[in-house]
Design a binder for this molecule. Structure first.
Ligand code: NDP
Length: 246
């Protein structure tokens, strides 16, 4: 479905991003596996894609750095011809209650999650506008929709992504570019692996489907929104959360 397309997936060395990269490659896209620190794991993702018959390349870039994002998107366009699909997935959390949250923890999370999304989208949109086609999928969170105690920084960044998505969707719609967000609930990755067993059990009890999701559940939704079949969908926030935010 995505043959001949070039996709950039940020934060694709692990977790949800790795699953998205593998799925888009399976659909036929040439995938740029972006990573920051986990080079070996990124290489493993590339290897798995190639062993499955797909095509991929690695690109190290810190998405909280505007110049690095510009260089990555520009570099991909020069080396591989285009950026047809951008998935803004890279993200971090530094949880803590509001009254004790440090300025640095707030800044770091917003800079990575929200600024990173802005930097990469801005750099990718130019080429998409020229081509008059493109797909941007931003990974938000159920925390950005509902709020979550202990995540003022993270929820603010993820709610920001939703406003950003809707605005970019409106600005780019006339140029054939769609921009959508996915709001995952609890997904089994390193990020949720840090939670204690008690917290996990309490969290699962709040989910109508009574279990955590898998990275592949998010990847399937991204593959759909990135596909030609989703061409009439823009500015939407798709919850993939076991029913948490219905
Ligand atoms: P992980 O912690 O498993 O992986 C995070 C990924 O982001 C890694 O590949 C990491 O790369 C990358 N990353 C972090 N900082 C940067 C940076 N500055 N520049 C480039 N890449 C970076 O997270 P998940 O897979 O769980 O989460 C992926 C996304 O989904 C995030 O945006 C997260 O907020 C969101 N999400 C996750 C949920 C969950 O339950 N897991 C729920 C809702 C949303 P590296 O290791 O190479 O540094």
């Amino acid at each position: 479905m995505l043959e001949g397309q070039v996709a950039v997936v940020t934060g694709a060395s692990r977790g949800i991003g790795a699953a998205i990269a593998k799925r888009l490659a399976k659909e036929g896209a040439f995938v740029i596996v972006n990573y920051q620190g986990s080079q070996e794991r990124a290489e493993q993702v590339k290897k798995e894609i190639e062993e499955a018959g797909g095509r991929a390349a690695l690109w190290r870039c810190d998405v909280s750095d505007a110049a690095e994002c510009q260089a990555m998107l520009e570099g991909v366009r020069k080396e591989y011809g285009a950026v047809d699909i951008l998935v803004n997935n890279a993200g971090i959390n530094r949880d803590g209650l509001l009254l004790t949250m440090s300025q640095d923890d707030f800044d770091r999370v917003v800079k990575t999650n929200l600024y990173g999304c802005f930097y990469c989208t801005k750099a990718a949109a130019k080429g998409m506008i020229k081509k008059r086609s493109g797909r941007i999928v931003n990974i938000s969170s159920v925390s950005g929709v509902l709020g979550n105690a202990g995540q003022a920084n993270y929820a603010a960044s993820k709610a920001g992504i939703i406003g950003f998505t809707k605005t970019a969707a409106r600005e780019l719609a006339g140029r054939g570019v769609t921009v959508n967000a996915i709001a995952p609930g609890f997904i089994e990755t390193d990020m949720t692996g840090k939670l204690s067993e008690d917290v996990r059990t309490a969290a699962a009890a709040q989910i109508p489907l009574k279990r955590f999701g898998k990275p592949e559940d998010i990847a399937a939704a991204v593959a759909f929104l990135a596909s030609p079949e989703a061409g009439y969908i823009t500015g939407q926030v798709l919850g993939v959360d076991g029913g948490m935010a219905m």
